[in-house]
Design a protein around this ligand. Sequence first.
Ligand code: FAD
Length: 452
Amino acid sequence: MSLTTTPAARARAAARRSWWADGLEAAMWLAAVSGIALMIAAGGLQATSGADWLYTLGRALGIVAAVLMMTQVLLASRAPWVERAIGHDRAIAKHTRLGKVAIILMLIHATLLTTASGIFDGRDPVSQFLAWPQYGWFMLFAQIAVATFVVVLITSLTAVRLRWPYERWHAVHMLVYFGVAFAVPHQFLEGSTFRTGGLSWWFWAVLWTVSIGSFVAYRLIRPLVLLARHDLRVAAVDTLADGSTSVTLEGRDLARLRAQAGQFFLWRFLSPQLRTQSHPYSLSAAPGDRLRITVKPSGTGSSAVRSLTPGTRVLVEGPLGVFTHGSRTASHLVLVCAGIGVTPVRSMLEAAQEGDTITVVVRARSREEAPLLDELEALAAERGADLHVLLGHRGDTWGTREQPALIKDFVDDPRGADVYICGPRAWALSVEADALAAGVPRDSVHREEFGW
Ligand SMILES: Cc1cc2nc3c(=O)[nH]c(=O)nc-3n(C[C@H](O)[C@H](O)[C@H](O)COP(=O)(O)OP(=O)(O)OC[C@H]3O[C@@H](n4cnc5c(N)ncnc54)[C@H](O)[C@@H]3O)c2cc1C
């Protein structure tokens, strides 16, 4: 994998990424505005009575909600151009935010149209809602979509309150896609903006095809294609002194995966215990003929990794994430990690180029609890990196009580440094805040989150 090397090339790559991210957001709002313009062009702005106004507003909100739905499906599709443009965790954060707004707007759309149509037809809103299927099967589908979105909204709140396990929350969350699929037909068959054929029909059809098509292609079909193409299997399983497990994987022509050090995959090990779960784990070694991950046991899925046996087949989604050398903007590479956050840092160190100025800072309670520390020490010596291991208890800084630390202790020229941070969220946020306060530019601070 070629790396972006010169500062000018790095600056151009950073500008391109930011352009793509802004472009995606602009495209979303442009699509919403265009949809409303097409609605008006189709005569959708007849507002002579209060009910007309409700109806018009309901239709406009429906269009905005549908565009937000398309965008959130696209953001969760793992399409490589989305992942490269904004990075996986930012894509998922945006997906979550847009998803909530989209569901609420979708419910307001249904309420307004039901109320206004009820006024036109002389029915109360409940009778009008129940009467929708008389208009066609697609309105029954729309009702199912509304019911699904209500269930998702209520269970999202319950899941937070009851602290559901990730798998249960995820299963309910997947209902959103079911709801989206049921909501689409009435937009083409009932809504008077897109039903009429011509430009507006094509406009809407292309948007939905890109969104749902990317989801089906990258989340459902691609993992199966990768399994067939690479025949990825567990080659070795090693339990480490700190209790983590390293899993080495082998397969055919792994270079074609174009994985980069620091990236992660979603791994579905096809063993009886793990085949129903897919978990994100970063590469803990630079990718080559083999891949390697290192997993700390934290719940049922990660604890079961140590019982994997060589030969187990593996379905993967990825590679994902922009915590890579490709995101660098400056020449001084500063890698800061704590706990199992060492995994992407270790692979990035291994993939660092000769001549790079590298500083690595590792924080841990004790040597015994620091995964992969011996490997990191060997690599740091080999790459000529300046390695600092901060051991001890929590203190006033993100270092330890015994060895306090601030970014300025390790970086002479903050404008010439890229700081990569991976570790527990609260700790990583305090390193990030310190890096920004020290004068490291926003685009040069890279943080990988191990939870969404
Ligand atoms: C980008 C990324 C890279 C990661 N890299 C590593 C790594 O290199 N080594 C390592 O040990 N851990 C890594 N993790 C964390 C790891 O994914 C979770 O610890 C693991 O999925 C927990 O699953 P569980 O069944 O053991 O625990 P659970 O008790 O089911 O979950 C514990 C918490 O882990 C998170 N989680 C669980 N399953 C998933 C999932 N499928 N997707 C996203 N989050 C989930 C949730 O926040 C949940 O609250 C990474 C996480 C992310 C997001």
